[in-house]
Design a protein around this ligand. Sequence first.
Ligand code: NAP
Length: 288
Amino acid sequence: MKKIKKIAFIGMGLINSSLVRDLKEKNFYQKSAAFSRTKKTRDTLKKLRIVDKVEDNYKNTVRDADIIVVGVPVEAFTKVIKSISCHLKPGAIVTDVGSVKKSLIKISEEVLPKQVDFVPGHPIAGTENSGPEAGFKGLFKGGYCIITPSSKTSKDSLEVVIKMWNLVGMKVDIMEADYHDMVLAITSHIPHIIAYSIVGTVANLEKSIKTEVIKYAASGFKDFTRIAASDPIMWRDIMLSNKSSILKMLKIFKNDLSKLEEAIKKQDSKFLLNLFSKTRKIRKRITK
Ligand code: NAP
């Protein structure tokens, strides 16, 4: 595998700042640079000392970099790729951590020069917190990273990116981008829609009945508030970028919700017990 002399990060939020903390310890690269558009984040990065160079422009960040990791909200990806493309060296690998894959592959293939390889990635790890101070060592340990190579991704570049995620403790699954977007729509994007929606409903209810509903909310609601506290810009972008898969899955979900509503209306105890027993088994499989 080729030696990584320089790694560059575009966007230093929760994901990229956690990644660099682990990669530094594992000696994956010789030097590192990170771009951040805001002075506040750049100052924080200097204080944290997790990268060798903190930059305020794309050119200096990616110049001579062997691998560039893009970690920005998915709707900002196009602007980033367009801004870095003319400064990349031939043979550079561009990879990303975005939660949606198909639309990002399309943009990369349109914009990146032929001598640059794009390896799309999505580490399934995270918290509801954002920014470089929210990052920590060990975030990725034991999780899965999904890589969705296109027909144009070279074997060598794929190998480098797989090695990078393995080093930080992730198992790697290779998947078609379309399939990834569908699977994530149901396992991650729709649960966020439900959380944003239910917490919004409770907040509206509180206003209309003029009582502190939130104060008396039991633990079920509290669990939803954790998810609904996730970064608003990041999640707005995911919803917009994965529109077609989300709408397909939402249709299936609404259909199942109607069946549940009907069962409650009809006092169908058997239906309710069957469903709740099935879901309990799924929880046991996940936490095993
Ligand atoms: P984050 O903590 O909110 O950080 C986002 C970073 O992107 C910040 O450094 C911000 O820079 C930068 N940024 C935002 N808009 C930008 C723009 N228009 N141009 C350039 N830079 C911009 O986000 P994160 O949680 O690390 O997520 C990053 C990516 O990882 C997203 O695509 C997300 O879908 C994906 N992801 C997130 C999770 C999760 O649970 N959080 C899990 C897996 C994958 P400034 O600080 O300078 O504004």
